[in-house]
Every structure is written in C-alpha cells, then in structure tokens.
Write a protein that binds this ligand. Structure first.
Ligand SMILES: *[C@@H]1O[C@H](CO)[C@@H](O)[C@H](O)[C@H]1NC(C)=O
Ligand SMILES: *[C@@H]1O[C@H](CO)[C@@H](O)[C@H](O)[C@H]1NC(C)=O
Ligand SMILES: [Zn+2]
Length: 550
C-alpha cells in the first residue's frame, strides 16, 4: 500500500514538473521532440493511473456494499431463549436502588499508592453480607476474602465439564471533593432528575452491586447454573490492583483454574459520542494499551549563578523533553484492534465515511491522519507521550545540579514496551540525559471477537437481547483495569458494562458529578441476570452461509 501511495505521488510530481517544463517558451526542435515523447509517456502513466484508480474504486465499492450488512452473528441466529426474565416492580426497584445507594455512601477511597480507607473497606464487606443474604448463604456459592478486603465468589455449576468464566469489578473509588464543583456531595448518593450522583456510580460500584444483585435474584428464583463461574471484587484497582486483583489471580492459579473468559469494566454504550455514527454503539473492549513511566534526569556539578556554564541541567533536560514532544511515536492506525472497531461500525456511517471505513486496506493512512488531529482519537492511533512532571532548582542564585522529568506513555497494541524505550533513547539522543524505566508493561493481548468467540458472542447476545438496535463492536481501552492481571488465566478478556455514555459523560469518570440514571442501573442488574443464564448456552449457533462469503 505504501508503494502504491508513493507511486501516485511520483506520477503527480512528474506531471507537475512536466507542465512547468511546457511553459518554457522554446523553439528548439530537439527539445520539442523530447517534449512530445515525454508527453506520450505521461499519457501512458496517466492512463495506467486512471485504470488503477477505477479498479481500486470498484473493489472499494464492492467491499462497502458487502460490509453493508451487520457483521457477524446476529440475534436471529440464536435459538429462542428459555431464560427466566427479571421483571422489576416497585418493590424490587426500591430494594435494588436502596442497596446501590448504601454502597455509594461508603467512602471506599484509594487515596494514594499506599493509602486506602481500611475502615470503609471493612464496612463494605459487612454491608455486602447484609444486602445479599441469599448469595452469602447459598450452598452453591463459596465466598472468601482475599488480601483482607477483596472478595472472591465461586458459584458451582451443575455441569463441571463446562469451563467457568469470571466477572470482575472493583470496590474502591478515586477521591472526590464536593468543593470541586459537585452538584451533590460525592458520597451522598443523592437523586437529581432521575440520576443518582456519587463517586463510584459508574466506576465501578454499578458493576459490583449490579452483579451481586442479579445473582441474589437469580438464586432466589431457584436457578442453578450449569456452567460454574467466579465473581472477583478487587479493593485497590485505582492503585493498580497489586494487592486485590493480584492475590485473586494467585489464589486461582494455585487451584489450577482456567477461565473461558473474563468480563471486567472498561467500555460502554456510546450514544451520540462518535460523530457521524447512526445510533448508539456498544463497544466491548478486547484489549488495553500498554503503559510506561519513564524518568529523565540530568546531573551536573552545582555552581553559582554569577558564573553560569553555557548549558544548565534544566536547559539540557528541557531540550530533551521538547524533542520527545516534537517527535511523537509513529502513527499505527490500522495495525491494532481499532481497525476492527471501524470495520464493525462502518455500515452505520453515511457516505463518504462508510466508504472510507469499509476500505481501511486503502484508506487507513488517510483516516489515521484525520484521527490524530484530536487528542481523544489520537490516543487510538499511536503510542502517546505525556510529560507529566518536571522538577529542578532550589534557589534563584544556584545553578541546579539535578533536573528531572517524568514521561507517561500509553503503548499502542502494535508496539512493545522495548520498542518504545528504544525510540525514547534515539529521540533524546543525548548521553547527558539519563533515561530510566520506572514501571511499564506491554499492551494486553487482543481477545477474540469472531463468530466462534464464546465470551464475545454471549456478551453481544445479552446486549442485543436488551437493546436490539445497538451496533456491537470490539474496541480498545485506553486506560487499564484489574483484568490485565488475569491474562495467564484466560485468552479472552473483555471490558464492558452496559452503561450509557452521552456526550460529556466521559468527563464525569474520575471527574466531578459522576452519575448514573436509575433506569440505567436497573438495566445493569437485568443485564447480569440475563448474562448468567446466557452463559449456560453450551454451543454457539451454526454460522449462516452468507457470513462465510464475507
Ligand atoms: C473512612 O471511612 C470511614 C467509614 O466509612 C469514614 O467514616 C471516614 O470518614 C473515612 N475516612 C476518610 C479520611 O475519608
Ligand atoms: C491483612 O491484614 C493483616 C493485618 O491486619 C496484615 O498483616 C496483612 O499484611 C494483610 N494482608 C494483605 C495481603 O494485605
Ligand atoms: Zn474502574
């Protein structure tokens, strides 16, 4: 593709040169003959180019039309389900909203890497036992505390040959101060216009409570799952899950558990967020970007500012930082799972976007260039570089001996941590700048999302059962979740909850006025209630013949 593009550019450049050349008035015959020859040659090239363009255009149109049907398994392919349905009446509504609000009022804040509110975490444990008596007393549920405050539930299936799955969520929240501009105190769970406000409403107590509430109702109705499953609730996700999630993984590994799939927080239902898309889309995260924190430092002998050296540690470091900002890592759009997102959504765009997105084999460089224009979409296109801290100097008249800066990089799926480090070394290109990796990890493996992918298709079916007009597509998480610790237990990790995100809602996440509508929380309970039952489906539907043709 790059070759083709180069060729096109060369032909245009050549044509341009030739026109300039024609404009020179000359009477020299030899020159005239040469001109005629070149003109003929140019005509051949232009014809070739036109034919190539026509062929490409036809191929692209065919592909656009063939993708203009929903991609993959649709609801119609599934057998009619015999699921118990959860009808939420007034009594249920009061009960489930009451439980949810009580959970929000317990300030399970992770303050810093080392500081949590242990009192609140213990209070949360006691609260769960009170709110979900059936879960905690059922003979098919085994519960244990892990690392003092995290929870692991194992729900026994009646058919032990079915590989179990795991639902993950986290109890802790990031700090919140009312004075930052909250419309309601962040731990009040106050209702305003049918929304419940509070830290944790979307990250991630809606899932913690939604999952357990759904299980409580399912057990009360006497449902016994065929496929066993686990529920893991971490208590320190916001500070990287080094105690909670990591120990849950350790416990499961010691027992030799293998998981069919994992479902954690991450992506959501985007409604009006992607401009140009017709209708809302549910994006199911199939991977997460990698991450690296890099420290740059320059050390020099200190001196008096009256006799400064030609370059200071600050100047050297500032130049290095500037080089990193001016030289972003290469554009990799189309080489990671973001490609699938666009291909799945293509049929819901109008022309010309539909045409472009259906033909990323041709247009990914073009689309990549458009996407890098805005910070939120640039994050999909490449490994991002953010200079987050810069410290130097102690006194106005002292040449500082030490200057240091921290850079946070989020690594694109098509790159590795090592490649990013090599790039930084090459870009800084100054021996005087010391470069240290503080911490980092590779991008997460990409989970399957094809027609044979059990976890993906079950989640998709559960979404479509509730919201038949949604478009479901695989997506990529820019941030990280507890689920990244589980990659040795399963190949298929998904990050999704049916939380509705409208324009502006993304800022509420870790920001002010985090909220969820009452209706949306009820939908979450119903979603998990249906998901538990759909996971008992033993086999995915046979593929429709027309899908093979694609
Ligand atoms: C920690 O949690 C307890 C119990 O919920 C609460 O009373 C207390 O105010 C919290 N501490 C801080 C510093 O937020
Ligand atoms: C659990 O708590 C005990 C004492 O309160 C402490 O010694 C231990 O390190 C904690 N365990 C973990 C994994 O945090
Ligand atoms: Zn979270």
């Amino acid at each position: 593709m790059a070759l083709l593009q180069t060729l096109v550019c060369m032909v245009f450049l050549f044509g341009f040169q030739f026109c300039n050349f024609c404009c020179l008035s000359t009477t020299d015959m030899a020159m005239k003959e040469t001109k005629i020859k070149i003109w003929k040659f140019f005509k051949v090239i232009v014809s070739c180019l036109l034919i190539t363009t026509l062929v490409l255009f036809t191929a692209a149109t065919i592909r656009t039309l063939s993708l203009d049907v929903n991609v993959g398994l649709q609801l119609a392919h599934w057998e009619k389900s015999k699921n118990i349905s959860l009808v939420i009446d007034q009594r249920h509504r009061e009960e489930l909203l009451g439980n949810f609000k009580e959970a929000l009022r317990i300030p399970t804040v992770s303050f810093s890497e080392t500081e949590s509110n242990a009192t609140a975490l213990r209070q949360f444990d006691a609260f769960l036992r009170k709110a979900f008596p059936t879960v905690f007393s059922s003979s098919v549920v085994h519960h244990e505390l892990v690392a003092n405050y995290s929870h692991l539930f194992r729900v026994q299936g009646s058919q032990p040959d079915l590989v179990p799955y795991l639902l993950l969520a986290h109890i802790d929240v990031v700090p919140a101060k009312e004075s930052d501009g909250w419309e309601a105190p962040p731990f009040s769970a106050k209702e305003i216009d049918d929304f419940i406000y509070g830290r944790g409403t979307i990250d991630d107590k809606c899932a913690v409570m939604g999952i357990l509430q759904a299980l409580e109702y399912l057990l009360i109705r006497g449902y016994t799952p065929r496929r066993g499953f686990y529920i893991g609730l971490g208590h320190d996700e916001e500070i990287r899950g080094f105690h909670g999630a990591k120990n849950i993984v350790r416990v499961m590994k010691e027992r030799g558990v293998k998981l069919s799939f994992v479902l954690d927080e991450g992506l959501a239902i985007l409604d009006g967020v992607i401009s140009g898309l017709d209708g809302p889309a549910a994006l199911i995260g199939v991977s997460e970007k990698g991450s690296a924190n890099v420290k740059l430092s320059v050390t020099m002998a200190p001196g008096h500012s009256s006799m400064p050296p030609r370059e200071s540690s600050i100047g050297i470091l500032a130049a290095a930082v500037k080089r990193l900002e001016e030289n972003p890592l290469p554009r990799l759009f189309g080489h990671g799972p973001e490609r699938e997102t666009f291909e799945h959504l293509a049929h819901k765009f109008g022309l010309p976007l539909k045409f472009i997105m259906s033909n990323l084999w041709l247009f990914s460089p073009l689309l990549g260039r458009v996407l890098e224009g805005k910070p939120d979409t640039n994050a999909l296109v490449r490994t991002t570089t953010a200079v987050t801290m810069f410290n130097a100097g102690v006194k106005v008249n002292i040449i500082p001996s030490l200057a240091e800066a921290y850079v946070n990089l989020r690594i694109h799926s098509a790159q590795t941590l090592q490649e990013v480090l090599d790039f930084i070394h090459a870009t800084v290109g100054d021996q005087r700048v010391k470069i240290e990796l503080i911490d980092g990890f590779d991008p997460l493996p990409v989970s399957s999302s094809d027609e044979r992918s059990f976890g993906f298709q079950i989640i998709k079916k559960t979404v479509l059962d509730m919201f038949p007009t949604l478009t479901v597509a695989p997506g990529i998480c820019i941030g990280n979740t507890d689920s990244r610790h589980f990659k040795d237990l399963s190949n298929d990790i998904y990050r999704f909850a049916p939380v509705w995100f409208k324009p502006g809602d993304a800022q509420r996440f870790h920001g002010i006025n985090e909220r969820i509508s009452k209706k949306n929380y009820e939908e979450l309970v119903v979603f998990y209630f249906n998901l538990f039952q759909n996971c008992d489906i033993q086999k995915l539907p046979e593929l429709h013949a027309s899908i093979h043709e694609l």
